[in-house]
Design a binder for this molecule. Sequence first.
Ligand SMILES: *Cc1c(COP(=O)(O)O)cnc(C)c1O
Length: 219
Amino acid sequence: MIKENLKKIKICIEKSAEKSGLPHKKIRIIAVTKEASSARILEALDEGLTELGENRVGHALLRQRAIDGRATWHMIGHLQTNKARDAVSVFFLIHSVDSVKLAEAINKEAARAGKVQDALLEVNVSGEGTKYGVSAGDVKDFLQSVKGLANIRISGLMTVAPLTDNPENSRKYFKTLKALADREGLRELSMGMSQDYGVAVEEGATMIRLGRAIFGSTN
Ligand SMILES: *Cc1c(COP(=O)(O)O)cnc(C)c1O
């Protein structure tokens, strides 16, 4: 099933990328594992997926051991500062930096580990009260505040659009995120989920985060 799902996803990416002008091969699929079983995760790896997303540090730590270095891990959920050390130890990219305090905690732990942690700034473009992320108006200040941190590198922006069954509803949020990234000279754009990844790619996503579209709705 994953094989068929991926085939559909790739066709959609290819078609949508024509509109964004990005080479479709440059658009990275982050396979969001959440409730997926180890067997399904291994199946995804066998289909050539190499980047996995988790919203919990503990899950990623356990699964990293289980898959033994066959993929890189992406943190896509809210991260508490007291989990920064574990996060730095397991994640290749942290998509969900949403405060200066968290950026500082990551920076400190990355320095201790002797690495530079790649990360994205999460922006709450829609302004929904239930969502994490800095507001669009605070992006510039945030970037200014973290500029001096030598062990965290913010290479782009991430957003989660509101839940919808019409992907077109997400377009305006993705356009805003792209405009913010362009203004700040940031290259990476993590946007688009199963509900709206085609629109996200059209609007310039460089990474899409897919759970249900790959693993099915029950995982
Ligand atoms: C769960 C999750 C996804 C994937 O959602 P699907 O609808 O299953 O594609 C993407 N991004 C974040 C932040 C998530 O929490």
